[in-house]
Design a protein around this ligand. Structure first.
Ligand code: DC
Length: 240
């Protein structure tokens, strides 16, 4: 855990500069959540998985036959949804209305619908408010698509993670295989590319690199190398 005091000559951005906000954005399955989790663990910060929130909303809409393109259904659905996170055996775990949905929200059924759901402004507004509440005291690493641009535009450190489509598909494929799921490489690739297309072209808060974000292409980096670069950047900010 860092314990740096603010420098004498410069105004501290927060009261406690040992707890900064770190925003990590990037394309689907680029390794940003792996990085965010590892970074949070090393710094003793909270990890915020904003994608899990959109996935939980999607699961609720699918399970309850609600149409995300219908404003009444959206209002009804959002009024019934409570999302929270718990650390179970060291793993950040998503709960929807008190039920552990960590596995359910990662299925292809949810992956296929989550990007269209995430285009709906009423849904985004509620998710962004939750995300900002999670990070109001700093000391958070949150990953997503609009974290550096919309959720925490004043984050002290912003990373924009990229990797080639082949590398991203391979990583996702291996991750799902390891869970024992029956998955198809081409289906995963199509899903990633389609989500990238929708996430980058939607009207409300499209995925884009914030002007002050550091770009990190991890196509040829392993997890440790990527973490080392991010830690170096975080320490540079913390040490002012
Ligand atoms: O990070 P992920 O793949 O679990 O995110 C799932 C979807 O949620 C992604 O395709 C787009 C959407 N999303 C978003 O629009 N804004 C965020 N901050 C995070 C995710």
């Amino acid at each position: 855990m860092q314990n740096h005091s603010a420098t004498i000559n410069s105004e501290p951005k927060r009261k406690d500069m040992s707890k900064i906000t770190i925003a990590i954005d990037g394309l689907s399955s680029c390794g940003k959540s792996t990085l965010a989790k590892a970074l949070a663990k090393r710094l003793g910060y909270v990890y915020g998985d904003s994608g899990a929130m959109y996935r939980a909303v999607t699961l609720y809409f699918l399970d309850n036959d609600l149409d995300w393109n219908n404003e009444d259904d959206v209002k009804l659905g959002l009024s019934k949804i409570k999302i929270h996170f718990e650390n179970i055996d060291g793993k950040n775990t998503t709960f929807l209305n008190g039920k552990n949905v960590e596995d359910d929200i990662r299925t292809m059924r949810v992956s296929d619908s989550v990007s269209p759901v995430a285009t709906i402004s009423t849904i985004r507004k509620q998710m962004v408010a939750m995300q900002q509440a999670m990070g109001e005291n700093g000391g958070i690493v949150m990953d997503g698509r609009d974290i550096g641009t919309v959720v925490f535009p004043k984050a002290e450190l912003k990373l924009f993670v990229t990797a080639s489509a082949e590398v991203r598909t391979q990583r996702r494929y291996e991750e799902l295989l390891a869970k024992g799921w029956n998955v198809d490489f081409e289906e995963i690739k199509m899903n990633l590319l389609e989500r990238d297309r929708i996430d980058s072209s939607r009207e409300d808060s499209p995925l884009m690199k914030a002007d002050d974000a550091v770009e990190l292409d991890n196509s040829r980096l392993d997890q440790q190398e990527q973490l080392n670069i991010a830690l170096e950047l975080a320490h540079a900010v913390l040490e002012g």
